[in-house]
Design a protein around this ligand. Structure first.
Ligand code: 2P0
Length: 324
């Protein structure tokens, strides 16, 4: 009754921000993402008869703050499997947690994949994506590799699905880490605050389906320049919504802004690169492979950039062999 799985974070190029149904955790807007390969979460789940309550550790430390969401996800799996045992969940991230690097995406995708296997639930990626979405909207996308879309489904619960395999358009991502601190406002709280108070939120919900369709077409047509334009627009529009909340949500620091300008300068000088920023201060530069090293060097030189991590596009969540 144990299994270990690995999942990678994904970076949204058309962002998910806001929910149309909180209890079913359904997004207010469609989203499109790329799954990374260098950053990962590995999670071992072991259901143990006689254990009094679930236990959760991250990087070797007990994490009571995250236990409720982990247990809620395990409860859904236990119900499906007819199992009453509590579980020990041990997770390891090889990147900063809760700092805008999509750790909840890789974390819950790995948890669902390992938890299903440990309980003998032989679910395909669609069913696991649905379970992951209930835990965290972006986690639904990390079940899949490469380019992933999550359209809105007006009749059913939304499911993420593969749009294009990683090998079909092997973009690179350079992540500039500008802070390792946990962000002050988590995504879930930030989304609720935005929906409740941001003047720009209705425009966001109205216009994102158009951005999604255009980004989808750009990916299928391998049109980097069009994808750059739409992705930067979606990112900046999401941050405009955050800034227009009351109180305004400012996830950037000065290095974030310096990186953003540097990436636009690199593009003006002929590099195929664009930026995106999530609910945190890290900058992600998405580029063609031949422009990766130059981009990484340029971002590493910016004061306030603590670390630069390069990644290709990777696979979806998968089981790992048991550690002997
Ligand atoms: C995204 N983010 O599309 C956007 C961009 C953050 C900024 O999806 O409430 O942690 O668990 O469904 O998945 C982060 O949202 O939120 C997120 P919940 P989640 O990647």
């Amino acid at each position: 009754m144990q299994a270990t799985a690995q999942a990678q974070p994904n970076i949204a190029l058309v962002k998910y921000w806001g929910k149309r149904d909180q209890s079913r955790n359904l997004p207010a807007v469609p989203s499109l993402s790329i799954t990374l390969d260098t950053l990962w979460t590995q999670t071992r789940v072991a259901f143990e008869p006689g254990l009094e309550a679930d236990r959760f550790s991250l990087n070797g430390n007990a994490e009571p703050a995250h236990l409720a969401r982990v247990s809620a996800t395990l409860d859904r799996l236990r119900e499906l499997a007819g199992c009453g045992h509590s579980a020990v969940v041990e997770s390891v991230n090889n990147f900063p947690t809760n700092a805008g690097l999509a750790s909840s995406a890789s974390g819950f995708a790995a948890l669902v994949t390992a938890g299903c296997a440990a309980l003998g639930l032989e679910f395909g990626p669609g069913q696991r994506s649905r379970l992951a979405r209930l835990a965290s909207g972006s986690a639904a996308r990390s079940i899949f590799g490469g380019f992933v879309e999550m359209p809105l489904d007006p009749h059913n619960d939304d499911l993420a699905m593969s749009l294009l395999e990683a090998a079909a358009w092997p973009l690179q991502v350079v992540v500039a880490v500008t802070s390792r601190a946990e962000k002050p406002t988590g995504s879930r709280a930030g989304m609720l605050q935005s929906a409740a108070s941001a003047d720009f939120y209705p425009a966001w919900v109205e216009t994102t389906p158009r951005d999604f369709q255009q980004a989808r077409a750009a990916v299928l047509g391998r049109d980097f320049s069009r994808l750059s334009e739409i992705s930067e627009h979606s990112c900046l529009k999401m941050h405009a919504v955050m800034l227009s909340a009351r109180p305004g949500l400012v996830y950037w620091n000065s290095a974030t802004v310096d990186c953003l300008h540097r990436i636009r300068e690199l593009r003006r000088r002929g590099n195929a690169v664009f930026f995106t920023v999530d609910a945190g201060p890290q900058i992600k530069a998405v580029c063609l492979p031949e422009h990766r090293d130059h981009t990484a060097r340029a971002l590493a030189e910016i004061p306030g950039v603590l670390e630069v991590i390069s990644s290709g596009l990777g696979a979806g969540a998968q089981l790992l062999p048991a550690i002997p």
